[in-house]
Design a protein around this ligand. Structure first.
Ligand SMILES: Cc1cc2nc3c(=O)[nH]c(=O)nc-3n(C[C@H](O)[C@H](O)[C@H](O)COP(=O)(O)O)c2cc1C
Length: 162
């Protein structure tokens, strides 16, 4: 049996893009920073997934709203990412850079891309729920594609290109 500590050590070596996943539930925005976002399929209905901890404040809100928006962060967004992982939830949406697309979930205008999704399927795996969303709308906000990356327990950026 592999222990959780060793599992985490291994996963720390898997570089991941950093996203803010948001939802709007009963007119109140919620969100979390997440690296567990992945593409599921492009056809016939573009779909992606995110794994959300069942203890995260946004978890039940996403289920209730049946929608969420994935915002892909760029390399200057360390502070924003920290804000969406910190305990002080009141500060998460304090900037003016938020708008909304089809579902009402907050979309970050300065992000690399926003994927506005309808929640279509869920699967509970122990502590987390895999949430699958059909992408209803996409914004490619900027062309300087320099992503924020999470690797070995800290935020980093790609060395070359992007
Ligand atoms: C870099 C990074 C990546 C994270 N990725 C995820 C993730 O994929 N899924 C998740 O549920 N939590 C993830 N978290 C933790 C949540 O962002 C954090 O628990 C969230 O803010 C929930 O806190 P809250 O309950 O105060 O809203 C990540 C945290 C960091 C710093």
């Amino acid at each position: 049996m592999i222990d959780a500590f060793t599992f985490k050590l291994g996963m720390r070596r898997l570089a991941a893009g950093v996203c803010i996943v948001t939802t709007l539930d009963e007119e109140i925005p919620h969100g979390l920073v997440a690296t567990s976002v992945n593409s599921v399929c492009a056809e016939p209905r573009p779909s992606l997934l995110v794994c959300v901890n069942r203890s995260a404040s946004a978890h039940d809100r996403i289920l209730n709203a049946s929608s969420f928006c994935v915002n892909v962060l760029s390399d200057g967004d360390d502070d924003l990412a920290d804000r969406f992982a910190a305990a002080d939830r009141a500060r998460r949406f304090e900037s003016d850079r938020w708008t909304s697309l089809l579902t009402g979930a907050p979309a970050l205008e300065a992000s690399l891309a926003s994927f506005d999704c309808r929640l279509t399927q869920t699967a509970v795996i122990h502590s987390h729920t895999i949430m699958i969303g059909e992408v209803l709308d996409i914004r490619l906000w900027r062309d300087d594609i320099a992503p924020l990356v999470y690797i070995n327990g800290h935020f980093d950026r790609l060395g070359v290109g992007g």
